[in-house]
Design a protein around this ligand. Structure first.
Ligand code: CA
Ligand code: CA
Length: 198
């Protein structure tokens, strides 16, 4: 008899815990689902819905752009190859899944500070960054007209002897792309600008 009372008491305890902490079980379920959808190990056990990149390298300067309701781009710098590179991940279904990550810089210099803009239905995308591969820092641009599937070759926008850094990029409602940056040399500093589709 005392055994039955004990079992009954334990069941009452479990029901009470479930009522007092209704979110405990659902959080655990979400975590299990997210873990199973990851491409690799989640070092931080964070509550991401989707892991775009999973690396022990240093990742920084992440930026995001979207257009047309379903096209999403993520761009960042990463030092996985001994120098910083500029990487891009594109999605055409609102970020549910992403295409294979693309290395936009793929050079031996330090490629940093990416900025991204897109236009229209999102098929046109522009990425700028600072890159010291030529010997001093220059502002590089690459653009795609097929939603990030392929990119045109690098354009060197600055082409000056100063260190050209901190690029900024905006795309207006007509599709005009304006890029500005700072160039620093022993003669002083300049703010440069360029335009595409102008
Ligand atoms: Ca590089
Ligand atoms: Ca320069």
């Amino acid at each position: 008899m005392s055994l039955l009372v004990g079992i009954f008491g334990f069941m009452v305890f479990l029901v009470s815990v479930s009522l007092l902490f209704p979110h405990a079980q659902s959080q655990s379920g979400n975590l299990t689902n997210q873990t199973s959808s990851m491409a690799g190990y989640d070092y931080f056990n964070s509550q991401f819905n989707n892991i775009l990149r999973n690396t022990t390298a240093t990742v920084s300067n992440l930026h995001i752009a979207t257009a047309g309701g379903w096209v999403v781009y993520n761009v960042w710098q990463e030092n996985d190859k001994g120098n910083n590179e500029i990487y891009l991940a594109a999605s055409d279904n609102g970020g549910v899944t992403y295409d294979t990550v693309i290395n936009l810089s793929d050079n031996t210099g330090n490629s940093t500070d990416p900025q991204i803009g897109t236009f229209g239905d999102g098929s046109q995308v522009y990425v700028v960054w600072a890159d010291d591969t030529p010997g001093n820092s220059e502002i590089f641009l690459r653009n795609s007209t097929d939603a990030g599937k392929t990119f045109h070759p690098v354009e060197n926008l600055s082409q000056d002897i100063g260190d050209s850094v901190q690029p900024q990029l905006v795309v207006d409602v007509t599709g005009k792309v304006i890029i500005s940056w700072i160039s620093v040399s022993d003669k002083g500093s300049e703010v440069g600008t360029d335009c595409r589709r102008c």
